[in-house]
Design a protein around this ligand. Structure first.
Ligand code: BES
Ligand code: MN
Ligand code: ZN
Length: 485
């Protein structure tokens, strides 16, 4: 769907969308439209429960006196901030996508937030249809163009083109990777897909199995050793400024069967999205490079497939991580932390970053704690944690901070090695974070457990069902707030 900007005016065809504040009174162009329709819009409001509450909608078909084939009223509530503007835009898209209208004009009287409405609509318009060969036209969304009619159309257009459209692109880039099934997206093909970032000026380095063996990334390679697909680590660098980089680290398990500690088969197909952390990093790199950010950022992702086989890692195996610390692998399904351990130690040693943020679909325990609303955050640095919390609120990718404490670290003691890869069932998300902490030393670090937020079975205004792209906007905002100011 194309999003464009113009001065507010009633359309000659297609759909007319009018915003209505809480209380349900029509003013400005909405009142003019109501007059032209001999009061049909206000009568429709009076006849319904629609009262302008945020994101409520009311559709009026083919009102006499107006050229529009339909009028959609959309509530904007009491205070219309940028976040709500995005949600309203997304709500408008969803209400019209399958309506039959091919174009719509959204009359947006508030200066300053038209671009946000466009961004919300464009994020809601994401689709992944490449494997549907039998979809008929009538099942496809017809809406091809949304015109935002707003008094500051020029600056809204600029803001959308320079910023919003890049966000949409970057979030879509991440969502596509997350949606791809495991037979199509595996470490090699994923690494090839990430090379696309080179076109934006990102330097993309792919470490293959030989390189990883040479580096002695043994906890990462141990996860991959049961798979017919070789592991890859991809390092993506955007150097838009001098000084130590911000490091972004992502878990990229392209499919997680659990390995020899195999998962139950019900719902196992969901483990194709166990690479959501890496996709967030890739999407963030795309957004950051796309707007030529004045920031130095390094992204690193560990791509592996966790399979059971004759060559797979056994429960009880002891492996020596890149950092030199040894790990007793009690449960091969706690593989994400094994991948991240090597990535964290490596990125810190090689790039001496100012801070490190890792994202991972790490534990089912996090889903139990927070469901799908917030992602869990763990950090050894209050300033970094605060910046992440603020970024999350701003872009509606919310975070809730959990504790780290030596008492949780003790849960990882092993009889035979420096640590086990799992603790007891209780506090499973925290002991996983404590495990990672052993590989970061003094560097400011935050771990985001996105197990509950990388995928959704319930659409939200700017996030259709499926891959959410959670983390892309969060990281982009973090870099903007922390590195570019
Ligand atoms: N990828 C899973 C975590 C996960 C579970 C993400 C459900 C999304 C939804 C991770 O690799 C895993 O299997 N974790 C185990 C750890 C356990 C063995 C200590 C878990 O959470 O059950
Ligand atoms: Mn697992
Ligand atoms: Zn996993």
């Amino acid at each position: 769907m194309k999003v464009s900007f113009a001065s507010p005016a009633l359309p000659r065809s297609g759909a007319l969308v009018l915003t209505v504040a809480k209380g349900g009174t029509l003013d400005g162009l909405a009142a003019e439209a109501d007059n032209a329709a001999s009061g049909a819009l206000s009568r429709a409001i009076a006849a319904s429960r629609f009262d302008g509450g945020a994101k409520a909608t009311l559709e009026i078909m083919a009102p006499a006196g107006l050229d529009a084939e339909r009028v959609l009223l959309v509530g904007v509530g009491e205070t219309l901030d940028l976040r709500l503007a995005e949600d309203v835009g997304g709500t408008v898209y969803s209400a019209l996508a399958g309506s039959g209208s091919e174009s719509a004009v959204l009359v947006w009287p508030q200066a300053g937030s038209g671009a946000a409405a466009g961004l919300g609509a464009a994020l809601a318009a994401y689709r992944f249809d490449k494997y549907r060969t039998r979809m008929e036209d009538k099942d496809k969304p017809a809406l091809a163009e949304l015109v935002i009619g707003t008094p500051d159309a020029g600056s809204a257009r600029r803001s959308f083109e320079e910023d919003g459209a890049r966000i949409v692109d970057a979030v879509g880039f991440a969502r596509d990777f997350v949606t791809e099934p495991g037979n199509v997206l595996y470490p090699e093909t994923y690494a090839e897909g990430l090379r696309e970032l080179a076109a934006l000026g990102v330097s993309v380095e792919v470490l293959d199995r030989a390189a990883l063996e040479e580096l002695k990334m043994a906890t990462l390679l141990g996860v991959a050793q049961g798979s017919a697909r070789e592991a890859r680590v991809v390092v993506m660098r955007w150097q838009g400024a001098e000084g130590p980089p911000m490091a972004l680290v992502g878990k990229g398990v392209t499919f997680d069967t659990g390995g020899i500690s195999i998962k139950p088969s019900g719902g196992m197909e969901e483990m194709k999205w166990d690479m959501g952390g890496s996709a967030a990093v890739a999407g963030a790199m795309k957004a950051i490079a796309g707007r030529k950010a004045a920031a130095n950022v390094v992204g690193i992702v560990g791509l592996v497939e966790n399979m059971p086989s004759a060559t797979a890692q056994r429960p009880g195996d002891v492996v020596t991580s890149y950092s030199g610390q040894t790990v007793e692998v009690i449960n091969t399904d706690a593989e994400g932390r094994l991948v991240l351990a090597d990535l964290l130690a490596y990125v810190i040693e090689r790039y001496e970053p100012r801070a490190v943020v890792d994202l991972a679909t790490l534990t089912g325990a996090m889903v139990m704690a927070l469901a799908h609303e917030y992602a869990g955050m763990f950090s050894n640095d209050d300033a970094l944690a605060k910046a992440l919390l603020a970024a999350g609120e701003a872009v509606d990718e919310k975070l809730w901070r959990f504790p780290l404490h030596d008492a949780y670290d003790k849960m990882l003691e092993s009889h035979i090695a420096d640590m086990k890869n799992i603790g007891p069932r209780e506090a499973g998300a925290i002991s996983a974070a404590q495990f990672l902490k052993r590989f970061v030393g003094e560097t400011p670090w935050a771990h985001l457990d996105i197990a509950g937020t990388a995928w959704t079975d319930k659409a939200r205004p700017t996030v259709p069902k499926g891959a959410t792209g959670y983390g892309v906007r969060l990281l982009d905002r973090l870099v903007r707030d922390v590195c570019e100011s």
